[in-house]
Design a protein around this ligand. Structure first.
Ligand SMILES: Nc1ncnc2c1ncn2[C@@H]1O[C@H](COP(=O)(O)OP(=O)(O)OP(=O)(O)O)[C@@H](O)[C@H]1O
Ligand SMILES: [Mg+2]
Length: 294
């Protein structure tokens, strides 16, 4: 068998796993204690594979300490962004969004209890607060946001189903004529609002850590234009949802930063402070815009 590549990447990401490249196979192994999380990820990817066309998710084989799948000889979308214009990357993103819509979101369209998600975020914030010595300001801001929901706001009317859960540019691998999705996230549950995936795309477009990798540092203005382009695409796909898209995806973008806080605190307290302040600022903006709209 010809070996396309080999090696071990110990960086592991949030699940604390290691990745090995063995010929045509990629193996993800849990570090001690992380087995349950990794197997939940494998199970989630199997569920996604049942809904998405075969070429988009590689078949997964699980065992007691992780899973393996076929190696896909592509580059991730964030690397693609550094090699060509972000517009070309967003063209590819449109294909992916359309496919997600047609195969996942449009097929399982249920209402979602956003208040339960607020409770979940409060727990994440408490856990960060224990590490960082408090998170009262952001907690108060989330309470303000919650208080804005009055039975009429778009945020209260999320549509939900099976989503990828971690649809960052890093988890989309591309070749010239194909792509695969990797590294889904079933947390906090398999069933989640579609806007969670859109919020993740927002995070990829605007977030500091991926933006810092774009060579030639795209200006915020250029990125906003690009995001509008995605917004148009989503609006066409979700006519009923289009007005709600902005509010919901902004909320879920913030939620992704909040969910990162305690993990980031352990690896880089400075970066977690950056995400904390960013969440504070974006929540403020969202509260202000919701007050104006109501
Ligand atoms: N099937 C695959 N084919 C080619 N490369 C892959 C494949 N799966 C993973 N990779 C490469 O390995 C990297 C890490 O894999 P993955 O995204 O699954 O884990 P992670 O982001 O490190 O972990 P975590 O789940 O903890 O966030 C990917 O960004 C990609 O470059
Ligand atoms: Mg990943």
């Amino acid at each position: 068998m010809s070996h396309v590549c080999s090696g071990v990447d110990e960086r592991g990401g949030i699940s604390g796993s290691s990745i090995e490249f063995l010929g045509r196979t990629v193996r993800k192994t849990a570090r001690s204690g992380g087995e349950e999380k990794l197997l939940a990820q494998a199970e989630h990817m199997k569920r996604l594979a049942q809904k998405l066309p075969g070429h988009v998710l590689k078949p997964i084989k699980t065992d007691s300490c992780g899973y393996s799948m076929e190696y896909f000889p592509g580059i991730s979308l964030d690397v693609f962004c550094t090699m060509c214009s972000p517009y070309a990357a967003f063209q590819r993103l449109s294909e992916i969004v359309t496919l997600m819509h047609d195969n996942l979101y449009a097929k399982h369209n249920e209402s979602y209890d956003i208040y339960a998600y607020f409770d979940y975020l409060n727990k994440r914030l408490e856990s960060y607060g224990r590490l960082a010595g408090g998170a009262s300001e952001l907690n108060a801001r989330l309470q303000d946001l919650r208080a804005c929901l009055n039975g009429k706001t778009a945020l209260e009317h999320c549509r939900a189903g099976l989503v990828h859960g971690d649809l960052t540019f890093e988890n989309i691998l591309l070749t010239a004529d194909s792509f695969v999705l990797i590294d889904s996230n079933p947390s906090p549950s398999y069933f989640a609002p579609w806007a969670l995936d859109v919020g993740k795309i927002r995070q990829s477009v605007f977030s500091f850590y991926e933006r810092s990798k774009y060579s030639g540092a795209q200006s915020r203005e250029a990125l906003e234009k690009v995001y509008l382009y995605i917004g148009e695409r989503f609006s066409r796909l979700f006519p009923v949802w289009s007005e709600a898209l902005d509010q919901q995806s902004r909320f879920f973008e913030i939620s992704h930063y909040i969910r990162l806080l305690d993990y980031k605190y352990r690896t880089s307290p400075k970066l977690s402070k950056y995400y904390y302040d960013l969440s504070l600022r974006l929540t403020d903006e969202l509260v202000r815009s919701m007050r104006v709209a109501s």
